[in-house]
Design a protein around this ligand. Structure first.
Ligand code: F6P
Ligand code: MG
Length: 466
């Protein structure tokens, strides 16, 4: 495979990139306009300046949407005081003149969210406004049944002593039970990624039947995507699964005499239910002694609709403790888990980290050159877990590799050093690491690229950094 294989462009007819640029982006931006309308409606009419500024932002969003739909040129971003704007504009210039329907998908989608953020960041009254906050909270509340199920499962593992047994096991113990527990927890975190709002809110399913009702996620639909039954049924749809290799690596790391300081990093994706699965995954790694600390990497601004910002962690913990907001909060297992999570968070055992690199338009193969200090830091980590579709696309440079290319070949320079575990449900055309046999099966089972696009199939990809 040539290292120079080009990233996917929105001009490629029939691609998910083209469909996103022509159909999904207009819906996403329209949802922003509608959401702002609701926020404006909640302001007292005497807040004239606040309202007028909000109207100006709304008008700018409409202009952006018009430019997307009319396939206008991308122009340099206006400065909002953050240095990343310069790198966006330098990158934009390096691509030459581009329009919305003829540009690299990965870069232009990041540019779109960054462009929206400039509108808020440059304002006086709206600079801290999260245009996706309402959607994120509503979708989490609609997930209450799966949240309760997940908390009860973790409580039953704790009561049965499965976690303490796993932590106390020594090297000679048969580790089949520990491996199965690792697979279960890893799959739980994997399928948490099925409910991102950037895809869900543009699908037009019963969970989001029109753009104006995209905030009303149907609890039954959410449960079908999130519950334990969904995890079990999903096992056959994991089209490339390196969980065994990841387990073998983690197990060898925890052998007697190996280093006892083991930090695991999780590059988070979405807020709400997926974030909860990631927090439970962090707790599991700590409880079983697979990690001595966990660091969660968040986005510093509203991003790809549902990605986690620092505030989303507080919102989630507050919701889990408040039955008035979150119906399952009164459940004892939910209460207990929420208490433990808060404890880990407040003690720093689970820490939160922000870095501007995560919201640039660069793919992750540029990490050593663009953010060398972050790269060095991640090299020190025992394991870096990358959650979700966008992080996966950034790992493999969003190039249309043959599906049978090994994951380690697709991640280029990242294959040396960093221990990577990618947990991703498939929502974009790029997907690697399949055997010929699996590829043939899924192409028959879910033809017309459905298996890479509809979020029902997934990959667990591992690179040991060797
Ligand atoms: O629209 C781009 C995209 O990466 C899709 O492929 C995907 O549906 C969505 O954004 C984000 O998914 P995730 O939250 O899993 O990164
Ligand atoms: Mg996301």
């Amino acid at each position: 495979c040539p290292e120079t294989l080009r990233e996917v462009w929105t001009s490629e007819r029939g691609s998910m990139a083209h469909e996103t640029a022509t159909t999904r982006w207009p819906k996403i931006v329209q949802n922003m306009v509608d959401d702002l309308e609701q926020s404006l409606g909640q302001l007292n009419s005497d807040k004239t300046e606040h309202i007028e500024e909000g109207r100006r932002i709304q008008a700018s969003l409409r202009i952006i949407n018009g430019e997307i739909m009319q396939d206008k040129q991308l122009h340099p971003l206006s400065s909002d005081g953050c240095p990343d704007i310069d790198s966006y504009n330098a990158q934009l210039e390096s691509f030459g003149s581009m329009t919305w329907h003829n540009c690299p998908w990965l870069f232009s989608e990041c540019y779109l969210y960054r462009c929206v953020q400039t509108l808020f960041a440059r304002s006086q009254f709206w600079r801290d406004h999260d245009i996706f906050a309402r959607q994120k909270l509503n979708a989490f509340v609609a997930s209450h049944a799966a949240v309760q199920e997940l908390c009860e499962r973790y409580a039953s593992l704790t009561e049965a002593g499965a976690l303490t047994k796993a932590a106390a096991a020594d090297d000679d113990d048969d580790d089949a039970a520990r491996r199965l527990l690792f697979s279960e927890m890893t799959e739980m975190a994997l399928w948490g990624n099925a409910t991102d709002l950037s895809l869900l809110s543009t699908l037009g399913s019963s969970s989001s039947s029109s753009s104006s009702s995209s905030h009303n996620h149907n609890p039954d639909d959410m449960r079908a995507l999130q519950g334990n039954a969904a995890i079990c049924a999903g096992r056959a749809r994991i089209v490339g699964n390196d969980a065994r290799a990841a387990w073998a690596y983690l197990r060898s790391e925890t052998h007697r005499g190996r280093r006892t300081e083991r930090r695991v990093d999780v590059v988070l994706d979405n807020a709400g239910f997926e974030l909860l699965t990631d927090l439970v995954y962090a707790l599991y790694l700590l409880d079983c002694g697979l990690a001595s600390a966990v660091r969660l990497h968040v986005k510093s601004m509203p991003w790809f609709v549902s990605d986690v910002t620092p505030r989303d962690i507080d919102v989630l913990l507050a919701a889990l403790a408040d039955p008035a907001v979150f119906p399952a909060a009164a459940n004892p297992s939910v209460r207990a888990l929420a208490g433990r999570l808060r404890g880990c968070y407040e003690s720093g055992l689970v820490a939160v980290a922000e870095h501007p690199f995560w919201t640039t338009g660069f793919d992750f193969q540029a990490l050593p050159a663009v953010a060398p200090e972050l790269y060095r830091d991640l090299l020190d980590s025992a394991l870096v877990v990358f959650k979700g579709d966008l992080n996966y696309r950034k790992l493999v440079r969003d190039a249309n590799w043959p599906h049978t290319l090994p994951f380690k070949d697709a991640i280029g320079p990242l294959r040396g050093g960093m221990k990577i575990l990618a947990l991703r449900t498939n929502k974009a055309d790029v997907c690697v690491g399949l055997s010929e046999e699996t590829l043939e099966r899924v192409e028959n089972e879910a033809p017309g690229k459905a298996w890479v696009r509809n979020g029902r199939y997934a990959v667990i990809s591992f690179s040991d950094g060797a």
